[in-house]
Write a protein that binds this ligand. Structure first.
Ligand code: NAP
Length: 481
């Protein structure tokens, strides 16, 4: 018997309504669990509960709120192996990757729990005699959080923790493809003693629940991570009501590889960033822009390495690449591979679904490398979100910078070089919010701001101290004494 996971509204698990299935993308025969499908009415109830809980929660001291977050982190930590295994089963990423993500969620909760004891405001000297002026932080109110499936624990964590520590109450809507990892966090918050109504969880179709969420009367802000199309729609809807909004969306991230790079580590970094987590990271490298002098050698080395990657069920030891998250995502990836074949020619490796033997019931696609991709070709311009790498040739550093920036997206960007001046040129000129030098383009931490630029993002950054800016506002006080 598989478990049924209820929605969580006003401190209660609400088990009414039809169910939807959460299946393992590595083996669709395995039912991970059933989730109760929330309705727009549930969303309204959740927002009303969050509104009712607001005075009590914002009135609690920051350290007291922090203690609840610390406790939730400890609860997650006590179930570490189970929570990580749940993630691999519902999303498909390998167990070591899932463990890394759960560890990050726990760390995020501890980091923001500590913010409860800081909650720094501002103090400035007044120009007037005997006037004391200062600014204190205040919460915004009820916040809607909408999250994608690719980091099903870390992204809910990096929205929930700062929202809560600032004194807001929340309605969380996780992705339908992988809701269990977020559910586990909500379960931990419940068991940690979060007062009723402070955290609410509604699972179900984004199309139906999204409208109800942006329309919910008490809502004051929305934080969304997901695709550009949905983000733009949300922005238009939220603007009608002047909701505060934060959007983190798609990317088409470049890694520049200069001839002076440490060759082997550049190959490893590009392979890691392009294929690990099945290329389903928003910061994944989907364009490798390689200097002419090492181009042929680099393509050959990446292809050789990509062919050796072990694809399979992420629960098995030694597996490096799991499945696409669902049929729709796999179909999208295979469609782009066909477009690539037509526009660019046959891939250097991969290009097919893998469905033999143990892989028959999963959504597996071979790590695929296209070479000699040019700037206007579709696979160099559109986000694929799968294990597909486009390698592009650059004449020199200037040419590589131009190609890297010549895209509407601006999430992450990377350079592989041993030339310090070039590394700094890149840092100042790269049009992206997250940069890496001699590291994979993917693989961020939580202690510093996270987010992109250009069409990839809108609004204040997430994570680190920057997160506090989105989830709180200032009250400025002038006091004559
Ligand atoms: P998505 O289809 O846009 O879905 C994201 C979330 O929005 C899900 O919870 C989804 O619910 C919900 N949603 C769908 N329609 C909605 C609507 N009309 N109103 C409100 N919410 C709605 O994205 P995804 O496929 O889950 O994730 C992949 C995308 O996320 C990629 O483009 C990737 O680049 C991006 N991403 C960006 C970042 C970043 O930080 N920049 C991080 C991770 C992922 P359902 O699941 O029920 O449809």
């Amino acid at each position: 018997m598989s478990q049924t996971y209820a929605n969580y509204i006003n401190g209660e698990w609400i088990g009414r309504g039809p169910l939807f299935e959460n299946r393992n993308p590595a083996n669709t025969g395995e039912l991970v669990g059933n989730f109760v499908k929330a309705t727009p009415r549930d969303v309204e109830d959740a927002a009303a509960a969050a509104d009712a809980a607001l005075p009590g929660w914002r009135g609690m001291s920051g350290p007291a709120r922090g203690n609840i977050l610390y406790k939730a982190a400890d609860i997650l930590d006590s179930r570490f192996d189970q929570v990580a295994a749940d993630m691999t089963r519902e999303e498909g990423k390998t167990l070591p990757e899932a463990k890394g993500e759960v560890r990050r969620s726990i760390n995020i909760f501890r980091y923001f729990a500590g913010e409860g004891s800081r909650m720094a405001g501002m103090l400035a000297p007044s120009e007037r005699d005997r006037v004391h002026m200062f600014a204190i932080r205040k919460p915004i109110g009820v916040v809607g959080l909408i999250t994608p499936w690719n980091f099903p624990s870390a992204i809910p964590a990096w929205k929930l923790a700062p929202a809560l520590i600032c004194g807001n109450t929340v309605v969380l809507k996780p992705a339908s493809a992988a809701p269990l990892s977020a559910w586990r966090i909500v379960e931990a918050l419940h068991q940690a003693g979060a007062p009723k109504g402070v955290v609410n969880f509604v699972a179900g179709s984004g199309g139906e629940l999204g409208q109800a969420l942006v329309n919910a009367g008490p809502l004051k802000a929305v934080s969304f991570t997901g695709s550009c199309g949905i983000g733009e729609w949300l922005h238009a809807e939220a603007s009608k009501r002047k909701l505060r909004i934060q959007l983190e969306m798609g990317g088409k991230n470049p890694t520049i590889v200069m001839a002076d790079a440490d060759f082997n580590s550049a190959v490893e970094n590009v392979v890691n960033a392009a294929f690990f987590s099945t290329g389903q990271k928003c910061t994944a490298t989907s364009r490798a822009i390689v200097e002419d002098a090492i181009y042929d050698r680099f393509v050959a080395a990446v292809v050789e390495r990509a062919k050796k990657l072990k694809v399979g069920n992420g629960m098995e030891p030694g597996i490096e690449i799991g499945p696409c998250v669902d049929q729709a995502q796999m179909d999208t990836v295979l469609r782009y591979i066909e477009i690539g074949r037509k526009e660019t020619g046959a891939p250097q490796c991969g290009g097919n679904r893998l469905a033999d033997g143990a892989l028959a019931n999963g959504y597996f696609v071979e790590p695929t490398v296209f070479a000699d991709v040019t700037e206007q070709q579709t696979i160099a311009r559109e986000e694929i979100f799968g294990p597909v790498l486009a390698i592009m040739r650059a004449g020199d550093f200037e040419d590589a910078m131009r190609i890297a920036n010549n895209i509407p997206f601006g999430l992450s960007s990377s350079i592989q070089t041993t030339n310090l001046s070039r590394a700094f040129e890149f840092i100042y000129r790269a049009e992206a919010g997250l940069l890496t030098v001699n590291l994979p383009s993917a693989g961020v931490e939580y202690q510093l701001p996270f987010g992109g630029s250009k069409d990839s993002s809108f609004g204040p950054k997430e994570q680190g101290p920057a997160a506090m800016e989105f989830y709180s506002d200032y009250k400025t006080i002038y006091l004559k004494y």
